[in-house]
Design a protein around this ligand. Sequence first.
Ligand SMILES: [Zn+2]
Length: 293
Amino acid sequence: MAIRNQGMWTPGVWELIREHYPDKYEDIEQYEEDPALFKKYLESQGIDKCVLLAEDSNQTGLVPNDYILEYSSECPEFYIPFLALNPNKTGSYGKNQQRFVRSVSFCCEQLEWLADRGFRGVKDYGSYNLFPYGSELMYPFYEKAAELKLPVLFHTGESRFDSRKSKKFSNPEGLGALAKSIPDLVIIIGHCGSGKYFESAFGLTREFQNVYLEFSGVPPDFIRSHFIDRGLDLNLIPDKLVFGSDYPALPNGPDGIRKNVEKYQKLSENGVLTEQSLRGLLGSNAGRILDLY
Ligand SMILES: [Zn+2]
């Protein structure tokens, strides 16, 4: 039990798996303890590199940095670890500015230490941790990330794990000012703003050279209806699109990675996505951001 709670997915995600995919529960439990087995599974889904995300969030729980680092180190050529830090653990944001600033400064020190140990990027759970994306109080942290060449993936938009309070912080709009202020920071808008903020996420990605759109949790079936048909032509930003599986909480279930990839390929065959967009989305952009090739 302790292992599960310390594991790769947070308790909320386990609940979701139990509820929707009870037949997958045991497989997933095994993957959590066996990096080589999980790698084999992902390869069967057409994945040749995998970013593993730590999580440190007031809404969803903890997937510790040290666990992700240790897990990744079993297959270092395959897994790419991303760390997570929460500067608002005590809820100081908006209540006690000095305490929040001190906490951000402590996170900066940890960031440096963790980057030194092999982390290659950051997942920022600002909304779950109840502070707005692009808050100026966080700038020292993002400056440090830019200096260490760590891209930051922001969890944006609303999800089933949000509370009424955290929803208020899910808007990615503030990332525009951040992109402008720290042009060396690679900003990846996770979940494309997740439904409510597709338009603003697309706009920021078009406007700023250092902003990217990441598609985890966005069903490929949405591409035509929610983007292209609404004038958000992804083919205008082919070098800004990044695939994300959201495994195991992904739209077509835990076995949906290959299905989703095939749906994207179909969109290209049908002319909805250009070949260049497809190539960028399915790997070449992430490869460039993560310096893999
Ligand atoms: Zn997320």
